[in-house]
Ligand binder design. Structure first.
Ligand code: MAN
Length: 350
């Protein structure tokens, strides 16, 4: 058994019933994949809240934000011959893909890292904005670099799935920087330090014919304009990460190199976590990688839910040797687990 995560006994930390929907017409289907940061001595989560409207017999819905910024519900009878609905997360109608839920981000805080609440009198809802975010915003990574927090998230619309960027210094006002990696791209994590004066980021374009769902590295003079893309980590045929790999949160600086926790999935869409190590001076050089997952779904809240057999992380806190990850379980719950960084380093294959 290769799972070296010490899960919180309090898991799940958050379930859909713990928050209120963003709009009285909607209900929360899942709370998942939180970005994590510290601010004013508290631990904060930027939780993805996926919403839809109440179930009705014989029909399927998908909510979208229309051009006027209003939520519109598209309703289709389940027996419509133009409908392909065999994945809880996406449906295809008349040849176009739609999400079954609409996601926004919710800001929660905690004094002990276990009990999270929505702070009063604060901005707690970040919604998609503009035509590139009409199907929602998801899976935000939060990077603190100098005095600025960089929020990189999945922006979904009928134009495709790309990476959006907003920045903030005070968590009250946000600068919308637009799309930094166009479709198809997601899982973007900016490094928390510049290397040789440049910003670096991991990202995950998808190349459907030749290539695949691989992790790439990019660099930038300003955190907004990215170039010199290099493919640094690929999925591995026949293994647990055979179909896709994608970065978690910002790489962790260790004496041995930049340590990245990543997710991998196989063709059955089973998501586990692994780790790899990049050279400190030249992160395009991957020097080691785990063979087996360091965490795999095994608790009931990871095995069944909105989309079962999933552990997915995009946020963590580092405290000495202790790495606390927050993660989405079964695409429905927010959970936490601790790792020893040394133990992860020891499980790498050079
Ligand atoms: C996949 C899943 C979904 C997500 C969409 C769009 O289908 O990760 O949860 O909503 O991609 O990003």
């Amino acid at each position: 058994m290769s799972d070296i995560a010490k899960r919180f006994p309090e898991n799940p930390l958050l379930m859909p019933k713990d928050l209120t929907a963003s709009n009285p017409e909607l209900q929360i289907i899942s709370l998942l994949n939180p970005g994590v940061f510290t601010f004013e001595n508290k631990t904060w989560l930027l939780v993805r809240v996926a919403e839809s409207i109440a179930q009705k017999e014989g029909v399927i819905f998908f909510p979208v934000v229309n051009a006027l910024g209003k939520i519109e519900i598209i309703e289709i009878p389940l027996n419509d011959p133009d409908l392909i609905a065999n994945d809880a997360r996406v449906v295809n109608y008349k040849g176009l893909d739609y999400l079954t839920t609409l996601s926004h981000l919710r800001i929660l805080c905690s004094d002990d890292g276990k009990k999270f609440y929505e702070p009063k009198d604060a901005t707690t809802l970040l919604m998609g904005s503009g035509i590139l975010e009409q199907f929602g915003i998801e899976d935000c990574r939060v990077t603190k670099l100098e005095d600025t927090y960089y929020l990189t998230y999945t922006a979904v619309s009928e134009n495709g799935v790309g990476v959006g960027l907003r920045t903030t210094k005070d968590w009250k006002s946000f600068d919308i920087k637009g799309m930094i990696f166009p479709p198809h791209n997601k899982d973007c994590a900016i490094f928390e330090e510049k290397i040789n004066g440049k910003f670096y980021a991991l990202h995950r374009p998808t190349s459907p014919q030749i290539g695949g769902n691989f992790i790439w590295l990019a660099e930038s003079p300003d955190g907004i304009h990215w170039g010199n893309h290099q493919c640094i980590l690929r999925s591995r045929p026949g293994q647990w990460d055979s179909a896709r790999v994608g970065a978690g949160a910002a790489p962790i600086k260790t004496e041995k190199g930049w340590l990245e926790i990543y997710h991998g999935a196989n063709a059955e869409h089973q998501y586990c976590l692994g780790a790899f190590l990049m050279d400190l001076e030249n992160p395009a050089k991957v020097i080691a990688r785990t063979i087996d997952p360091i965490m795999l779904p095994q608790e009931s809240y990871e095995l069944s839910g909105f989309f079962g057999y999933v552990v997915f992380t995009n946020g963590h806190i580092v405290n000495g040797d202790k790495l606390t990850i927050y993660y989405g379980a079964a695409d429905e719950f927010v959970c936490g687990a601790d790792f020893s960084i040394q133990e992860i380093l020891d499980s790498l294959q050079y």
